[in-house]
Ligand binder design. Structure first.
Ligand code: AMP
Ligand code: MG
Length: 528
């Protein structure tokens, strides 16, 4: 971050009034804003407008997403440069920077907040889902500390590509509605073109949002926030009385368990799972130094700042639990009036997270390997479960030993499910090709027992084993072309290809390939 004069850091707090999410829709303009967070009492955010930029240019606009959200896509695209740079505020927008705290690499920071992001407002989609629309890179806010409030083009394109790829993979995630270049430089280790990404999220409420108020001993605002989160993300808990806060903790933990299992299933490494980067909605959020693993190794780390491997691929389930324990701490005053009982309840919930994660992961990995659910089949489920657990372990051990590409291994196995002639393509992914046969024989004998036809099994496997992921070396190449040559064609081609990750797309075959020796990109850098 560069040193620039920051705005005052004071967030006003004071007496509060309880409110539920209520309608406040603005009809005029291309976005019918309905801003529930801006209607919360003071203390949750600072009102601040985007800082205009010199020469905005619309790089890309996500028309499909705009339409899905019920926005006026034509009007937004026609005026995209002005709107998505923050140069023009639309009617009904009530721009705010949200307050939050967070544990960064295990160290608590009592005030972080949106230092370079501004929430323009919320919309209610035609299907009833509420969505935040936020600019990231739109200038300083009271939370900027020493930062310039800006984003460089590279991280903006990375967030756009990866968040949209995650959505196409079917994994809960924030989305990207638009990217613009600002026409202004940003100063990092070198001078880079500035850019802004427009992010769409179920909400931007993080574990760190709860921590912000817990750090201030502000139990009233913790309760208001918890009720807001229930209204917004877990409405089924609204009638649960005082037990609803424990149920909220369980529900957030359940979504986190499911999310992280899905990440592991596609080889995704978030890279900076700080508590301020964990959304209580259960969406993947804050694509900084994130990357997808090529060759399978649970110790894989890409982020240049993750020196100790805290956020390595295989650590993510455990870090999810650590983060949920931090959320639980903030909720203790709401869990029970007796502190000891509150702690017991919180601990039980944290324990249930790990069980839930194991179930979720079991479901993910079984589907990837074409194995039926534990309860299926003729023999006792448990006996079969143990056998399968061993088969799963054997497969992952084979990938690790043989330095096999994670994504292609599962995709080629899906082909082999249908046609033994595809065995050779699977074997070719292993350092020692002959290591494939013993596994394949065992796997075929097992999968043949499930009553499905080979074609059915292969189709089911292809539906969960992507052909295409955003390969790190390809992302870097797309970013380099955009930053160095103002050439966005690679970025656009990748976006198009990644919209259909489960299809074999011969025209985009090169994007599916792992890096050749010398092409690997082993480090990614934070978005700041
Ligand atoms: P991140 O690493 O992107 O999750 O951000 C961590 C914290 O640093 C958040 O409070 C951000 O708002 C803040 N931050 C990151 N980059 C900047 C920047 N260029 N200017 C101001 N604040 C920033
Ligand atoms: Mg963040």
């Amino acid at each position: 971050m560069t040193e620039t004069a920051s705005r005052p850091e004071r967030i006003e707090t004071g007496p509060i009034e309880r409110r539920r999410i209520e309608a406040g829709r603005t009809e005029a303009g291309p976005i019918a804003f309905d801003n529930s967070y801006a209607r919360l009492p003071q203390g949750f955010f600072a009102r601040v407008e985007p800082t205009p930029v010199a020469a905005p240019r619309l790089v890309t606009f996500n028309r499909a997403l705009a339409e899905e959200m019920g926005l006026d896509a034509d009007a937004l695209e026609a005026d995209g440069a002005a709107i998505f740079s923050g140069n023009r505020l639309l009617p009904g927008s009530e721009p705010i920077a949200m307050a939050y705290a967070g544990h960064q690499f295990g160290q608590f920071v009592p005030q972080l907040g949106d230092g370079r992001a501004i929430l323009l407002g919320e919309v209610v989609r035609p299907d009833g889902g509420r969505r935040d629309i936020q600019l990231k890179g739109s200038g300083q806010t009271p939370f900027s500390r020493r930062g310039d409030g800006r984003a460089a083009l590279g991280p903006v394109l990375r967030e756009y590509l990866v968040s949209e790829a995650m959505a196409a993979l079917g994994i809960p995630t924030t989305r990207a509605l638009a990217a613009v270049t600002t026409g202004q430089p940003v100063y990092r280790e070198r001078v880079l073109p500035g850019a802004i990404v427009t992010r769409v999220a179920a909400s931007h409420i993080r574990v760190g949002t709860f921590q912000f108020f817990a750090a201030r001993g502000d139990n009233d605002r913790i309760r208001i926030l918890a009720d807001h989160v229930i209204d917004r993300h877990y409405p089924e808990l609204a009638g649960a009385g005082d037990d609803r806060y424990l149920q909220l903790l369980d529900a957030v933990a359940g979504r986190q368990a499911a999310l992280i299992a899905r990440w592991l299933g596609v080889g995704f490494i978030h890279g900076v799972m700080n508590t301020d980067n964990m959304a209580v909605s259960g969406e993947t959020i804050d694509f900084g130094p994130c990357a997808f693993m090529d060759a399978y190794d649970p110790r894989t780390v890409f982020s240049s700042i993750d020196q100790t491997g805290r956020y390595a691929y295989g650590n993510q389930p455990m870090i999810g639990q650590w983060n949920l324990a931090r959320l639980a701490e903030t909720l203790l005053p709401l869990l029970h009036e007796t502190p000891g009982e509150a702690v017991d309840r919180a601990n039980d919930a944290i324990g249930r997270y790990m069980e839930r994660f194991q179930q979720e992961w079991d479901g993910v990995i079984r589907a990837k390997l074409g194995l039926p659910g534990v309860s299926d089949g003729g023999r006792a489920g448990e006996e079969r479960g143990d056998e399968d657990t061993d088969l799963i372990r054997a497969f992952l051990a084979l990938l690790l030993e043989q330095k096999a590409d994670f994504t292609l291994a599962f995709r080629r196995l899906s082909d082999a499910a249908e046609d033994a002639a595809a065995d050779a393509a699977f074997a070719a992914l292993l350092a020692d090709h002959s290591a494939a046969a013993p596994f394949l024989a065992r796997w075929r004998a097992r999968t043949a027992q499930d009553g499905r036809s080979a074609a059915q099994r292969a189709a089911a496997m292809r539906a969960v084993n992507p052909a295409l992921i955003p390969r790190n070396h390809r992302i870097e190449a797309a970013i380099a072309a955009a930053v160095e040559e103002q050439d966005f064609s690679l970025f656009e081609a990748m976006n198009t290809a990644l919209a259909r990750p489960y299809d074999d797309q011969p025209g985009f075959a090169a994007f599916a390939e792992p890096p050749k020796p010398g092409e690997e990109v082993l480090q990614t850098f934070c978005g700041t």
